[in-house]
Design a protein. Structure first.
Length: 331
């Protein structure tokens, strides 16, 4: 049934009080699948509390009839099933969310949870990686501890996947949009090649070919960027977006026969790349900022890479639980 509806359009219809009973039933099912314990509703209500009610258009608060219908649907209990009671009040946020420009956040979150719990999934549990061939001819090189899921309707009007971890995407050119949903960002393309990584501190993408649209699910209204070849985009955990232009070679260094290549690169830039690649923050004194690195290093463990860099630059390092500290060798 999922392939019959576009979640974002359906949410917009609900805002306008135009949903049919069947559409309301489908929308309610998605809320259940996304958050059976009602956490999504609670989370979105908290999110709305950051907005002032007086800034919300009055028209967006109308439509009590749809609210009542949806509440009745969500209130139904299947035989033998225990369902946690969800307060009525949170359903008002859905209309307010539209006025606040957060519709993409709602649709993205529901899509992420729905596809994660159903559909065709590929996952890697070791650092070995895996090559996945999608039905449209696209190829996805999964890095270790990564997962991609797509619904059976993938070959319909829109190609859509849910992703976590790290992978290099080679998206087959097609008139139908290719969408990737992660916990924090939405990526849209037609045909392109790029590396995508999701980790605790955010999501980043490095474009090798074509164009990619990157949107933050935390603030989609004004946090969207179109990236082209040799551009790097990042969505941080707080929703902030960063875009840079430069050589993106090292961001694909985890793939077979790839290496980290540095040609007279300042130490701060080297550390920034390693921070993104391994998901750990680096700290060092300002006295090291003028150091420059020229080296070609096989992408192995972070410890091995730092050992080679420290020998080349005459520094020392310490890998702690949640960060890496650099210091002069003499210190």
């Amino acid at each position: 049934m999922a392939e019959q509806y576009d979640l974002q359009r359906l949410l917009q219809k609900y805002i306008r009080n135009e949903c049919s009973p069947a559409e309301l039933q489908f929308l309610a099912e998605q809320f259940r699948k996304a958050e059976p314990d009602g956490q999504l509703l609670h989370w979105m209500e908290e999110d709305w509390n950051t907005y002032a009610p007086e800034n919300t258009p009055e028209s967006s608060l109308k439509g009590a009839r749809s609210d009542r219908m949806l509440r009745r649907i969500l209130g139904d209990k299947a035989a033998g099933t225990t369902v946690k009671t969800v307060p009525v009040r949170p359903f008002r946020w859905l209309r307010r969310v539209a006025a606040a420009g957060l519709m993409l956040l709602v649709a993205g979150w529901i899509t992420y949870r729905f596809y994660r719990s159903s559909g065709v999934a590929y996952a890697t549990s070791t650092a070995a990686g895996k090559l996945v061939h999608l039905p449209d001819g696209s190829r996805v090189h999964l890095n270790g501890f990564s997962r991609i899921t797509y619904h059976e309707s993938f070959l319909g009007d829109r190609r859509e996947v849910v992703f976590s971890g790290e992978a290099f995407f080679k998206v087959a050119r097609n008139s139908r949009p290719f969408r990737i949903t992660t916990r924090r960002a939405l990526v849209k393309v037609l045909g392109t090649q790029f590396n995508l990584k999701e980790y605790e501190r955010g999501v980043w993408i490095a474009v090798a070919e074509g164009k990619v649209s990157l949107a933050s699910l935390a603030s989609p209204g004004d946090q969207t960027a179109v990236l082209t070849r040799n551009q790097f985009g990042q969505v941080l955990a707080d929703g902030q977006m960063l875009v840079e232009t430069g050589d993106i070679t090292n961001y694909t260094s985890w793939m077979p026969n790839q290496q980290l290549v540095f040609r007279d690169v300042p130490l701060p830039e080297v550390m920034l790349q390693l921070e993104r690649l391994y998901g750990l923050p680096f700290e060092w004194p300002a006295t090291l900022n003028d150091l420059r690195l020229t080296a070609t290093i096989c992408r192995v463990s972070l410890n091995d890479i730092l050992t080679k860099i420290s020998l080349s630059l005459g520094i020392r390092y310490q890998i702690q639980t949640n960060k890496v500290i650099l210091a002069p060798e003499s210190q």
